[in-house]
Design a protein around this ligand. Structure first.
Ligand SMILES: [Zn+2]
Length: 261
């Protein structure tokens, strides 16, 4: 494998007209990807895509924005599929959703998936987005995760997707043994530079969140996993590291967290 996009949505209808070409570009350039199913139905599709492509893996779960339940029995068979490498994306979404109205539901949904991940010994793919100018969702998610960490130790693990917190929040996730991933957004804002420099090489991951947030030079267009190269290049530039070294470290991180654990 030459590079990895650890978070994209290949089942998205944005790829309905050319999904096989998008997947071929990924394969032909030596790339790998984890495709995420944010609902029950999309989780099924994510598994189908992963099973049909050696270089694609799947995460299954329920996104906090969807306002749908997580029923363990609906996911029990799916989680046994060898191509399922994580649970999520799950977490807390206070940017789009009104915290006051949905906090209780979201926390229950999140906890169900944490327990499920622990039961089946899978890493979590976290989606955490705080209210405007706040770190609320990060702090509350950390409270929940820390309490489970005390109970189960190493069994609680994973990655924080689309990380947008500051250095102190990053450190709290590092203390829990989580990795942090960044998207193409870092190619058109300096907001993430400080935290990207701060995170140790063995705790960084690369992602696209495709079809959304395409990196420069495709900003505003449809994104796809091959574009993750631009995200890795930018992280290397910000950190003052060479591309190959960082890219190899990210591939090792992906294997350690999602394939070997
Ligand atoms: Zn996503």
């Amino acid at each position: 494998m030459k590079y990895i996009d650890i978070h994209c949505h290949l089942d998205s209808e944005d790829y309905n007209s050319d999904r096989s070409e998008v997947l071929a570009r990924l394969k032909n350039t030596g790339g790998g990807a984890i495709t995420i199913g944010p609902t029950l139905e999309e989780s099924k599709k994510a598994i189908e895509i992963a099973e049909a492509n050696d270089n694609v893996w799947a995460c299954i779960g329920v996104h906090p924005e969807g306002e749908t339940e997580f029923n363990e029995n609906e996911f029990e068979e799916m989680v046994k599929c060898p191509k399922v490498v994580g649970i999520g994306e799950c977490g807390l979404e206070y940017f789009v959703m009104k915290k006051e109205e949905t906090e209780k539901f979201q926390k229950e949904l999140f906890i169900k998936q944490i327990k499920f991940a622990i039961k089946y010994d899978k890493p979590l793919m976290l989606h955490i987005r705080p209210s405007k100018k706040s770190q609320d969702a990060y702090l509350e998610a950390l409270d929940i995760l820390i309490s489970y960490k005390k109970e189960v130790g190493e069994k609680l693990r994973g990655n924080v997707h689309f990380f947008a917190g500051d250095v102190s929040i990053a450190q709290k996730f590092l203390d829990l043994g989580f990795t942090l991933s960044f998207t193409g957004v870092i190619t058109f804002t300096h907001d993430y530079d400080e935290v990207i420099k701060y995170i140790p090489q063995d705790s960084l991951m690369s992602e696209t969140d495709a079809p959304w947030v395409a990196p420069v030079p495709w900003r505003g267009k449809r994104n796809e996993p091959t574009y993750v190269i631009e995200v890795i290049k930018k992280m290397a530039e910000i950190r003052g590291e060479d591309f190959e070294t960082l890219n190899n470290a990210i591939i090792q991180n992906f294997k350690r967290v999602f394939l070997l654990s």
